[in-house]
Ligand binder design. Sequence first.
Ligand code: ZN
Length: 209
Amino acid sequence: MAPQAYAPAPCVDALLVVDVQRDFLPGGSLAVPQGDRVVAPLNRCLAAFAAYGRPVFASRDWHPRDHCSFHAQGGPRPAHCVAGSPGAAFADGLQLPSCAQVISKATTAERDSYSAFGGTDLLQRLRAAGVTRLVVGGLATDYCVLQTVLDACEAGFQVLVLGDAIAAVDVQPGDGQRATARMQAAGARLADSAQTMRELELAAGRVVH
Ligand code: ZN
């Protein structure tokens, strides 16, 4: 007897843009080398998700002036992404659609979070929207993208990481590659953004059923 056809529940896809802020781009106080290269592929994905009415999220570091991660407080990093400052703004070229939901993280002095899930309501928002698959790009591969993707995998989401829309700090050479390997080991899939848009039937000209 032929096995009964199994029809999985349809995937609900959301796009999550991680920390594409001025301070993390070249010229910013905590610049990721070539961080600006993520903007163009992310803009294409943002436009496609918005056009097809799929949920879009954008996380951002949003620190108080005396944040624990800053040198002045004995932390490991220069001051960056102070809430409301020009450096905390999303990258100038990033075209966030009006439907984008902004997730601010590490908003109190005593707590830092690389992950967009840490101390935020992102998980509740994704669950409320019925999201099952998360498409992730942004900065930086070896810090906030890594921890966000690991948390997303642990929370049970399918995760697609946009390989051409992430950039690594690479404090130690190879950090970025090791980070992508960890994400893949956790179950995430690494894919090119154009290929992902075609797979998700979000590419221009595709009919969505
Ligand atoms: Zn920070």
